[in-house]
Write a protein that binds this ligand. Structure first.
Ligand code: CA
Length: 444
């Protein structure tokens, strides 16, 4: 840890000192913004975006490789940068924004040129994501879902040995705020012998933590568990939208396919591994009688510091709530610290067969659920597959998502003696299906 983590640091930009902000000066997450003058890399501070390339042009920061990478329309070049470059950039930006920092006076003079209100920009998907992999690292989520389908043996025998995952679809990853169309798909109702094709009736969200690959690995070269953390650039929130009825019919024997690849939403700000350093905690640890991880997934460094003390929250805002001015309703609050596998274990496992990861690839944790009913990170678990509907403040019931529902995910990192730093929001509203003309005619 270094001067950028100092809990006593305050910014001359007042909004960064508000205790409720996700973006105090200790955070400094990267994102890609568009203010109408082209996409480029910014850093969130309070209610504003710091235009990093504008800082370089004004000679407020050094013209380093990392600063140059911030003129690009994605974070990929920055993600591929050396750790020392990234540390240097974070250090100079911190000094620029700190009250009493060496760069304060010059930065204040250039304020108009370097700071843009977040409210005035469009935030984009932060990276050109080549590949996306989704894991299943919450043992509580896996146990809950398993017990709905296999009450006698909820956890499959591989769970405590293998960080289970599937290859997701990168092309349909969208930025927070993008509408999500209810997918059409093949489903088979419980009382039917034949499947039918139409809008999903069991649309769900999954609240997850994503992590971006920084430096990648060459094909054939595994990343050892002890070095896995060095390959994580940073973290964001992920909503792995899931059509449960499509999933139930298609998932055997090869896993999820069209039930999940119609959209995945990511939060636009990436909290760097360096910013997250004070919030690292020991890995959750295994229950009594659990097997130890195999040696390639086991390291003292990862066991001691491989977890993250993060909390993920999910809110819903239905169309009726929005129309009546009712505030979003919290559905769950879950601790990331209880995950069975650490991000480092997931990344090391992914490369253990020689699979190459590239800068900008996205890995996600799987649904983050804790041990209590109010910490379940998807509707499938919260309503027990629709058996126990939820009641919203308007009196509306929900078994799964309805058209017009907005799902809002929030998350933050916390540690004793340190300010809370947040991920920002990951939002998406469900849009009604577009039913093909011939099918609509048949139904009439
Ligand atoms: Ca998932």
């Amino acid at each position: 840890m270094n001067h950028t983590h100092d809990p006593g640091l305050r910014s001359w930009l007042e909004s960064a000192n508000d205790p409720s902000t996700d973006f105090p000066i200790q955070n400094l997450p990267f994102g890609v913004f568009d203010d109408g003058r082209g996409r480029r890399v910014g850093i969130a501070i309070g209610d504003s975006v710091l235009d990093v390339s504008a800082c370089a042009r004004a000679n407020l920061i050094e013209h380093s490789d990392a600063a140059r990478a911030c003129a690009r329309p994605t974070l990929n070049d920055l993600m591929a940068a050396d750790a020392s470059e990234l540390m240097g950039l974070r250090s100079s930006v911190s000094s620029l924004l700190a009250a009493g920092g060496t760069g304060e006076e010059a930065a204040r003079k250039s304020r108009e040129a370097i700071l843009v209100p977040i409210a005035d920009v469009t935030m984009c998907v932060p990276a050109d994501i080549g590949d996306y992999t989704d894991f299943y690292a919450s043992v509580h989520h896996a146990t809950n879902v398993g017990s709905m389908f296999r009450p006698e043996s909820p956890l499959l025998p591989n769970y405590k040995y293998v960080p289970i995952g599937y290859h997701g679809r990168a092309s349909s990853i969208v930025a927070s705020g993008t509408g999500v169309r209810r997918p059409l798909g093949q489903t088979r109702a419980a009382d039917a012998t034949e499947p039918s094709f139409g809008p999903s009736k069991m649309l769900d969200y999954e609240s997850e933590l994503g992590f971006f690959v920084g430096k990648g690995n060459s094909l054939g070269d595994a990343i050892p568990i002890d070095r896995a953390a060095d390959h994580i650039f940073g973290y964001c929130l992920v909503n792995d939208w899931s059509a449960r009825d499509i999933q139930a019919w298609e998932y055997q024997p090869l896993g999820p396919f069209l039930a999940k690849n119609f959209a995945t939403t990511v939060s636009p700000w990436v909290v760097t591994a360096e910013a997250a350093e004070p919030y690292r905690v020991q890995a959750a640890g295994r229950g009594e009688g659990d097997p130890p991880p195999l040696p390639y997934l086991s390291s003292p460094r990862d066991a001691a510091r491989g977890g993250l003390d993060a909390t993920l929250e999910v809110y819903i805002l239905s169309a009726r709530m929005r129309a009546s001015g009712v505030a979003p309703f919290r559905l769950s609050r879950a601790p990331f610290s209880l995950m069975y596998w650490t991000p480092g274990q997931m990344l090391a496992h992914h490369t253990s067969n020689g699979c190459n990861l590239k800068s900008g690839d996205l890995l996600a944790s799987g649904t983050v659920s804790g041990s209590t009913p109010d910490s379940r990170g998807c509707m499938l678990e919260l309503t027990w597959r629709g058996a126990k509907p939820l009641t919203l403040p308007t009196g509306e019931e929900r078994k799964f998502l309805e058209d017009g529902d907005e799902v809002i995910m929030k998350g933050y990192l916390h540690a004793d003696g340190c300010p809370r730093i947040g991920f920002g929001e990951c939002r998406g509203t469900i849009l009604s299906s577009i039913v093909p003309q011939d099918e609509a005619r048949e139904e009439q």
